[in-house]
Design a protein around this ligand. Structure first.
Ligand code: DCT
Ligand code: MG
Length: 316
């Protein structure tokens, strides 16, 4: 249900299901009844009903209903293509398109969507931990040939200790460097070199929201035909602590720590922790505040008054 709601962009339901999954995982006894489920914090009446239904019948009617009609199934298929959102997927279904073959032959795909369709099976596969490290190693070599002081760090689920990842998140940083310095090294030297080497298979457009601090693409190890989704994240040395925190996630952990910062009159984002942030109605920020810490991940926890949580304990 969580991934169904994630695909249909229902953020609140996604979060409540994921919180419930995480709460269930932490139980030391089997939860077999509605009453037992209800006693767990974060699980309400309707989730408890579903848990009991799964335990007693081995199925979940509501989940089965999500893929009842061919239209539902097509919508979910299209939503799992890289670069496709709910609005676009719904328009295709409304036009009577049902399969990836339909998209290839009848839809007007953007360049990114075309890659998403053609490499659908590749991008759906989880990436083993060792392979994530092998991709980073290739990026690191190319980066350090350009600037020996530039460093790479794998963030995301890999840093949280996951055995497999959905994509490869590589931070590129250097003490004292600005985002412009890093971006120009990566865009002008590293990416072209890795394209020539045959490691980078495609560059996927970066969104304007990133202000050019990211590169998205696909890469493959030598002699392997499986393309992987890889993000290169350009992080100035002064922001590395906040960026590590943000890009390590997971997303639910980030939400809660940001909310905590905001309750303490501060603001936490991928660039730093800020204080003296003025907020108006609905907690909307009225100013940027002043930077308290950006460089040191541990210091950010300290200033927020939160005990240090190693990345492996941030799987909320
Ligand atoms: N992130 C976030 N909020 C989001 C999405 C991402 O705070 N809505 C942060 C936390 C994780 C980091 O960015 C990298 O994102 P993903 O690669 O999407 O997630 P992941 O945790 O690395 O998991 P996956 O193995 O699926 O890549
Ligand atoms: Mg990731």
């Amino acid at each position: 249900m969580a991934s169904y709601y994630e695909r249909t962009a229902d953020h609140w339901r996604t979060i409540s299901y994921r919180k419930a999954i995480s709460a269930l995982r932490q139980q030391t006894t089997h939860i077999k009844t509605k009453a037992q489920a209800l006693a767990i914090q974060g699980i309400g009446e309707r989730l408890a009903d579903k848990i009991e239904e799964i335990v007693t019948t081995g199925r979940l009617q509501r989940l089965e209903n999500t893929s009842l009609t061919p239209e539902d199934r097509a919508l979910q298929l299209f939503l799992s293509v890289y670069g496709v959102g709910i609005a676009q997927a719904s328009r295709w279904v409304a036009r009577g398109l049902y399969t990836l073959e339909d998209l290839k032959t009848k839809a007007d795909l953007t360049r990114n969507q075309r890659i998403g369709v053609e490499r659908y099976d590749d991008f759906r596969q989880r990436i083993p931990r060792e392979e994530v490290a092998a991709h980073e190693e290739i990026v690191r070599q190319a980066v350090q040939e350009g600037d020996p002081d530039m460093q790479t760090i794998i963030a995301g689920s890999y840093r949280r200790g996951a055995p497999t990842s959905g994509d490869i998140d590589v931070i590129i940083t250097k003490p004292g460097a600005t985002v412009e310095t890093i971006r120009s090294l990566v865009m002008e030297t590293v990416v072209p070199k890795l394209v020539r080497q045959g490691f980078i298979k495609a560059s996927l457009a970066t969104s304007s929201r990133n202000e050019g601090s990211k590169w998205h693409g696909a890469s493959a190890l030598p002699d392997r035909d499986v393309w992987r989704r890889i993000d290169l994240l350009f992080v100035p040395g002064d922001e590395i602590g906040a960026a590590l925190l943000y890009f390590t996630g997971n997303d639910i952990f980030n939400r809660s720590i940001r909310l905590l910062a905001s309750k303490k009159g501060m603001c936490l984002n991928q660039h730093g922790l800020y204080k003296n942030v003025l907020r108006g109605a609905q907690r909307v920020k009225a100013n940027q505040g002043c930077l308290v810490e950006g460089r040191d991940e541990r210091r950010i926890f300290e200033i927020l008054g939160v005990p240090w949580r190693p990345p492996e304990h941030r799987n909320c």
